[in-house]
Design a protein around this ligand. Structure first.
Ligand SMILES: NC(=O)c1ccc[n+]([C@@H]2O[C@H](COP(=O)([O-])OP(=O)(O)OC[C@H]3O[C@@H](n4cnc5c(N)ncnc54)[C@H](OP(=O)(O)O)[C@@H]3O)[C@@H](O)[C@H]2O)c1
Length: 275
């Protein structure tokens, strides 16, 4: 496994398994520099959203880097207030304009907004026909949202991006299993638990054992479970640290130990509560 190793989505598109998240990476030099630094370090996948208000910086950093557009994978997302058929088509155009890239690799529904999400998915399917978008998917879909979508779609989602770390893995096992059974790639957001468990002695013990940092252990855990993972950092040293995870292997025993760190810890929003 290397930094540019890809998973093949259910429509044949290849998605790098490791990427950079840019939530709270401020539009302007902070986000621009983070993306350019990451490309220099070998990152080939960037995860933004209209809600993050930094699509322009992500697109500019990619355009102004010498790397070819086809070498990088860019995800953006439809915000909650943009659901509905026409709104979705318009929001996609707006994201494409902000990024100022010829196409978007992956367009996700950011959150399963009640009542309207199936209508929104129809527009997502239409967007996929437009060729300005290589793959469509969802985010924060739990089992009940996913079953509803699979029963009502013409094109299934290629990806489901959910909060995932050893600290909530068991609690999310149902949706992970459902996705894998349906060839939907699972993507882990907040994989570092937003640093909230870096002082956990169990995690520190494993980090010491492998001569790695807690962040690196959490990222490697996801990679070895075939989960796409997008740690966020705007700090060049930490962007580098998070990418330095391709020179060691966590043993099966230790992966199992990590799986059992579960404490149903959710640091972002909890879509289980959304009908
Ligand atoms: N679909 C969704 O609803 C959703 C929700 C949340 C997140 N996401 C996506 O997933 C990405 C990652 O999730 P996240 O941003 O919530 O959290 P995260 O990646 O778990 O943690 C990010 C935090 O950890 C710090 N950090 C990063 N690397 C570190 C290291 N090696 N050592 C110490 N601290 C480190 C960062 O600070 P510095 O920047 O200062 O390094 C930042 O405060 C987001 O950026 C976004 O793209 C999606």
């Amino acid at each position: 496994m290397q930094i540019d190793t890809t998973v093949t989505l259910n429509n044949g598109i290849k998605m790098p398994q490791f990427g950079l998240g840019v939530y709270l990476s401020e539009e302007g030099s902070e986000c621009y520099n983070a993306v350019q630094t990451a490309i220099d370090l070998g990152y080939r996948h960037f995860d933004t959203a209209s809600f993050y208000q930094n699509e322009k910086s992500v697109g500019k950093a990619i355009r102004e880097h010498s790397i070819d557009r086809s070498e990088v994978f860019v995800t953006t997302k439809l915000w909650n207030s943009d659901h509905g058929y026409d709104n979705t088509l318009n929001a996609f155009k707006e994201s494409l304009k902000n990024l100022d890239l010829e196409y978007i690799d992956l367009f996700l529904i950011h959150y399963p907004v009640q009542f309207i999400r199936l209508e929104t998915w129809k527009a997502m399917e239409r967007i996929l026909e437009s060729k300005n978008c290589k793959a469509i998917g969802v985010s924060n879909y739990m089992v009940h949202h996913m079953n509803e979508l699979l029963a009502n779609c013409n094109i299934p989602p290629a990806v489901n991006q959910i909060e995932l770390s050893p600290y909530c893995f068991k609690s999310r096992e149902g949706i992970v299993k459902l996705c894998l059974e349906n060839s939907i790639a699972v993507e882990a957001y907040s994989p570092l638990v937003r640093t909230k468990r870096f002082n956990d002695p169990k995690l520190i013990e494993l980090a010491d054992k492998y001569d790695k940092t807690p962040a690196q252990i959490l990222i490697r855990w996801a990679l070895q479970k075939n989960i796409v993972v997008i740690p966020k950092s705007s700090n060049p040293k930490r962007i580098e640290e998070n990418a330095d995870v391709f020179d060691f292997n966590i043993s099966a025993n230790d992966l199992n130990r990590l799986d059992n760190f579960d404490e149903n810890l959710i640091v972002c929003w909890d879509p289980m509560q959304t009908p």
